[in-house]
Design a protein around this ligand. Structure first.
Ligand code: ADE
Ligand code: ZN
Length: 326
């Protein structure tokens, strides 16, 4: 009981969250009706029942299909508003949110549609409950690097609203080395850099993300445990890993939560953090992910406190602000 209360009451950050992955079936259904989008489901329950995945790709197919209902500024506003309300409920005081521009620009929906929608919801949430929000613009790695460079250029008017760039989508066969030019350009523009690596892909992809993309934080990274030298590099450098426990179970990265390695990585001295990734698709927002570690991994109070501290340490908040929370 005490641990549940602590999970709920501790101020936390979330560092790995795809806004498109917060699209709840009810909102998907309503927006499909609004825009006359033909979904391959006949009810909200049928959408929920379809969320059974064998791997990352089987999830991504439904995730991109679902995002097709997001068409106008109001849709993106509602999406962001609903997630930020979940943050308030979970006592998330700072969140670093990924968005996938190419999921929308490929459908003819431009930055001038989704960015104002996101920003309106963020401004309201800041004013209403004081949450702090950074945006991370993620490139889709199944597309060519030239498309990522075009996206970086298209975002120009919105650079002041964006803190970092990221790399997501289908990992296997799309190594970080494919994106050296765009990450070099983004870094020169002053953006922080993150990349999904070692979710399904091998430890070699984590090395590439570190050495070739020069990332500031790793998304997932759980396969680092297959490489002792990499574990040492990560612990020596204090590199943060944004781990997403429920995502990893839903996408079959681990067979079940009792097998998850997050607490082993914590014990090895890595700066691991807890995050929800795509909570609408994976069955839980941030506090649910912490509670799953309590239930299935017997997380202790000191491990919980360290994970929550890591969520601030691994954030891109300025040092003074981090220190206020630590
Ligand atoms: N896009 C949304 N969620 C993702 C994940 N878990 N891995 C890669 N790309 C994603
Ligand atoms: Zn992710």
């Amino acid at each position: 009981m005490r641990l549940i209360k602590l999970i709920e009451q501790l101020p936390k950050t979330e560092l790995h969250l795809h806004i498109e992955g917060t699209l709840e079936p009810e909102l998907m259904w309503a927006l499909a009706g609004k825009h006359g989008v033909d979904l391959p489901y006949d009810s909200v329950e049928a959408i929920k029942a379809a969320y059974q995945f064998d791997n990352l790709q089987s999830f991504l197919d439904l995730y991109y299909q679902g995002a097709d209902v997001l068409r106008d500024e109001e849709d993106f506003y509602l999406l962001m508003r609903d997630y930020l309300q979940r943050c308030k409920a979970d006592n998330v005081v700072h969140t670093e949110i990924m968005f996938d521009p190419q999921t929308h620009t490929e459908r003819g929906i431009g930055f001038a549609v989704f960015m104002p929608g996101f920003q309106r919801a963020i401004d309201e949430a800041k004013a209403e409950f004081g949450i702090s929000v950074y945006l991370i613009m993620s490139f889709l790695r199944h597309l060519p690097e030239s498309a990522a460079i075009e996206t970086l250029n298209q975002a120009r008017d919105y650079y002041p609203l964006i803190k970092a760039v990221g790399l997501d989508s289908s990992e296997q066969g799309n190594p970080p080395e494919k994106f050296i030019k765009v990450f070099t350009a983004a870094r020169a523009l002053g953006f922080k850099c993150v990349a999904h690596a070692g979710e399904e892909g091998p430890p070699a992809y984590i090395w590439q993300a570190l050495d070739l993309l020069k990332i500031d934080r790793i998304d997932h990274g759980v396969r680092a445990d297959e490489d002792e030298a990499l574990l040492k590099r990560l612990s020596d450098s204090g590199m943060a890993l944004t781990v997403c426990p429920q995502s990893n179970i839903k996408l079959c990265v681990f067979d079940n939560m009792a097998q998850h390695n997050i607490l082993d990585l914590l014990e090895r001295g890595l700066c691991v953090t807890v995050n929800s990734d795509d909570p609408s698709y994976f069955g839980g927002y941030l506090n649910d992910n912490y509670k799953a570690l309590m239930t299935h991994l017997a997380m202790t109070e000191s491990a919980l406190v360290q994970l929550v501290k890591n969520s601030f340490v691994g954030s891109f908040l300025p040092a003074e602000e981090k220190n206020n929370w630590l």
